[in-house]
Design a protein around this ligand. Structure first.
Ligand code: 5GP
Length: 221
């Protein structure tokens, strides 16, 4: 996809990182996929993970699936922008590809856990962090149970709820908190955050500078 505002002789705007975290089962993957389908110049980051693919997941699309050994070697070589152990599996965001895409002017969504979100903010003060809350613990449990028919044991489900409780405690660290009552509403709120963020950084970007330059030329006539 092309950047939202291609350079027109003025400096290229560097993309923004949007970090989205939510307790497991909140539905953030669905929300984020719908968001990037709707907003030009916004793409999802593809994380690395040591966990095996679930049915239907594709390597290089949903995740880069690597062995634990490979992941640890990459981490030792400093290849991750951030990384974390989530539910016993390793997850990380590739540093080189992230910087390349941001330099190309793309905005990126990192769908990562609360540990990773903290690391990103420490590295990049311009990152925008959004926490997505499920409507209630009961709704989260119900969503996890629906998924658990294929995926989670009862013990894993209990563990996820306990982790969710701890993660919700961290929502004050985020710039925005939105509630996933309905998919439509949640996607719309996220879209508004992206639009507002782009407008807040517009002064000095390629297109707004070109317009300002056109006005300068007018006054010279
Ligand atoms: P899942 O295995 O269900 O796809 O993801 C489990 C958890 O790992 C989710 O909370 C997800 O946001 C998080 N996660 C996925 N990719 C990354 C990543 O690159 N870094 C971090 N820190 N967390 C991630």
């Amino acid at each position: 996809m092309t950047p939202p505002e291609p350079a027109s002789g003025v400096r290229q705007r560097r993309g923004t990182l949007f970090v989205v975290s939510a307790p497991s089962g909140t539905g953030k993957t669905t929300v984020v996929k719908a968001l990037v389908a709707r907003v030009d110049g916004l793409e999802m980051s593809c994380s690395y993970t040591s966990r095996p693919p679930r049915p239907g997941e594709r390597d290089g699309v949903d995740y880069h699936f690597v062995t634990r050994e490979r992941f640890e070697a990459m981490r030792a070589d400093g290849e991750f922008l951030e990384s974390a152990d989530v539910f016993g599996q390793l997850y990380g965001t590739g540093a080189v590809e992230t910087h390349r895409r941001l330099d190309d002017g793309l905005d990126l969504v990192l769908e990562i856990d609360v540990q990773g979100a903290g690391q990103v903010r420490a590295l990049d003060g311009t990152a925008v962090r959004v926490f997505v809350l499920p409507p209630s613990p009961a709704v989260l449990e119900e969503r996890l149970r629906r998924r658990s028919a294929t995926d989670l044991t009862e013990a894993q489900l209990r563990h996820r709820l306990a982790v969710a409780r701890r993660e919700v405690e961290r929502m004050a660290d985020y710039d925005y908190v939105i509630i996933n009552d309905t998919l439509e509403d949640c996607v719309d709120q996220l879209r508004c955050i992206v639009v507002a963020q782009r407008a807040s950084r517009r002064s000095g970007d390629a297109r707004s500078e070109a317009i300002a330059q056109a006005f300068r030329e007018l006054s010279g006539q």
